[in-house]
Design a protein around this ligand. Structure first.
Ligand code: FAD
Ligand code: NAD
Length: 500
């Protein structure tokens, strides 16, 4: 395995050097000295701001245009960061209320101070978005605040936040305009009683009854936040299962864990209509396959049935950029659209709608533009649901392995048999590894654990380098750590674990 990885790395390095020398004579060297930008990025989210910084680091004159007034995109402003802040705060409250006493830590009473909790979240967001402005200054990225639209493949007209208009020119333009909430027919989001994730991150009162439409990432994370703070949470999901991308066995255990936390699920169910004419919200539901209707009452309804690419007002049609049926910009493996000099990355193109994937896109796209070799492998983008326990996964699910017809082995290890998990009394979950039977090469890793989102990266690296389960099992892991469960699951894949 080690040999294979080394050879691959060497090949990549050679490729990178080769393409650099090929393009350096006719790529940006030729463009240097011009007043135009080498790279213009529209959108300052994880895709756009990372692309802009990387471009500047590669010596390209770069401008980033962002309409929001702060950098970081959906992720920092109304996505990853505020949701993780609230997940952490609500978890602390829940632990203080339900678990501290068993660890010998007692309070006369514990209460939620919602404005303080929101204040902590807002502080985290403000610090991080300001931090990116600092990174732009440090790397000499020019930042234009305003709404950008194409007037030609090399010119973007910007209605600036100050009220003026300016035209930003670039030899290469990267579209990184991200995504927006997918609305459902007949359901109008008012961000008060019918909220998107943005509204759910800023509620001023804890709803008594929260109905979540969609059992995906947002529904389960935000449902967890409000459930821990005291809401009665019902999740209505059209599909037969929660989080369809998850390994079915892990998903089943995950659903049980959430149900123990009193989250209710109505699967194979669709919302037919919502009525907001009274004090609360009345939902009419129907089985997904059709049948008898029922009703459900809520104080707040969260619409979290997916996100859709955002290209509104961008003028893509004006310059002839092709999109697919659901509005995603079509790009080739170098992130180039069908229009010369126009690229696209992140949520606005096909692939997982995740911040770390957008960042990888951004770096690789700019490396290609600079004549280097970029690298993103969408099959190895980890997914993490930041509930408690968290679920993290990379590579193939057992269902996918079966579908490709490979002979495989499964190794599992429960956290109930992991000493660290027992020591801290937080042992719900497991590690599951799938490996090819003949070669023992790891095909997929699935972890449900309190810190699965951190544990998964050992597995991501293993898959990236084509490791076998024996490679992980023979790697010394510190004791007592949750990571030892991965080692034991690896042992169970090709041989036997020690501690069970
Ligand atoms: C509630 C929530 C929680 C999430 N949690 C996670 C998580 O934990 N981990 C994770 O990996 N992902 C998470 N995501 C997904 C993540 O936020 C996105 O995948 C990521 O932000 C995509 O990055 P992007 O740069 O492609 O687009 P975005 O972050 O959407 O950024 C695009 C930017 O472009 C700007 N823009 C759009 N059009 C124009 C224009 N014409 N001119 C100028 N500016 C424009 C927008 O204002 C926006 O700031 C979450 C999403 C949500 C909604
Ligand atoms: N932890 C994270 O990485 C994280 C957190 C939040 C959001 N995100 C990203 O944001 C994106 C959007 O999140 P999301 O949770 O809205 O989407 P999602 O795609 O994760 O889940 C949407 C769910 O809604 C269901 N659904 C669709 N239409 C429905 C309907 N009419 N009625 C009932 N259910 C319906 C789908 O079957 C699916 O299970 C995700 O794709 C994810 O990549 C990631």
């Amino acid at each position: 395995m080690a040999m294979a990885s080394l050879t691959r790395r060497k090949a990549l390095q050679l490729l990178s050097r080769y393409s650099l020398s090929l393009t350096s004579s006719k790529g940006f060297a030729a463009a240097a000295g011009s007043e135009d930008n080498d790279v213009v990025v529209i959108g300052g989210g994880p895709g756009g701001y990372v692309a802009a910084i990387k471009a500047a680091q590669l010596g390209l004159k770069t401008t980033c245009i962002e309409k929001r007034g702060s950098l970081g995109g959906t992720c920092l402003n109304v996505g990853c960061i505020p949701s993780k802040a609230l997940l952490h705060s609500s978890h602390m409250y829940h632990e203080a209320k339900h678990s501290f006493a068993s660890h010998g830590v007692k309070f006369p009473s514990v209460e939620v101070d919602l404005p303080a909790m929101m204040g902590q979240k807002d502080k985290a967001v403000a610090n991080l978005t300001k931090g990116i402005e600092g990174l732009f200054k440090k790397n000499k990225v020019n930042y234009v605040k305003g709404y950008g639209k194409f007037v030609s493949p090399s010119e973007v007209s910007v209605d600036t936040m100050e009220g003026g208009n300016t035209v930003v020119k670039g030899k290469n333009i990267i579209v990184a305009t991200g995504s927006d909430v997918k609305s459902l027919p007949g359901i109008t989001i008012d961000e008060q009683r019918i909220v998107s994730s943005t509204g759910a991150l800023a509620l001023t009162e804890i709803p008594k009854k929260l109905v979540v439409i969609g059992a995906g990432y947002i529904g389960l994370e935000m449902g967890s936040v409000w459930g821990r703070l005291g809401s009665e949470v019902t999740v209505v999901e059209f599909a037969p299962d929660i989080v369809p991308t998850m390994d079915a066995e892990v998903r089943k255990q995950f659903q049980r864990a959430l149900e123990k936390q009193k989250m209710k699920f109505m699967l194979k169910t669709k919302v037919v209509s919502v009525d907001t004419s009274g004090n609360g919200v009345k939902l009419t539901l129907e089985p997904a396959a059709g049948g008898e209707q029922s009703t459900l009452e809520a104080d707040v309804v969260l619409v979290s049935a997916g996100r859709t690419p955002f290209t509104s007002g961008l003028g893509l049609d004006k310059i002839g950029v092709e999109t697919d049926k659901i509005g995603r910009i079509i790009v080739n493996e170098r992130f180039a659209t069908n229009v010369q000099g126009v690229y696209a990355i992140g949520d606005v193109i096909p692939g997982p709608m995740l911040a770390h994937k957008a960042e990888e896109d951004g770096v690789a796209c700019v490396e290609y533009i600079a004549g280097k070799e970029g690298h993103v492998d969408y099959d190895l983008v980890p997914g993490v649901v930041y509930t408690h326990p968290e679920v993290a996964y990379v590579g193939k699910t057992e269902e996918q392995v079966k579908a490709i017809g490979v002979d495989y082995r499964v190794g599992k290890f429960p956290f109930l048999a992991n000493s660290r998990a027992k020591a801290i009394d937080d042992a719900e979950g497991l590690v599951k590894i799938l490996a090819e039977k003949e070669s023992d090469k790891i095909l997929g890793v699935h972890i449900m654990a309190p810190n699965a989102g951190e544990l998964i990266h050992e597995a991501v690296l293993a898959l990236q380098y084509g490791a076998s389960s024996e490679d992980i099992a023979r790697t010394c892991h510190a004791h007592p750590t949750m990571s030892e469960a991965l080692k034991e699951a690896a042992m169970a894949t090709y041989d036997k674990p020690i501690h069970i």
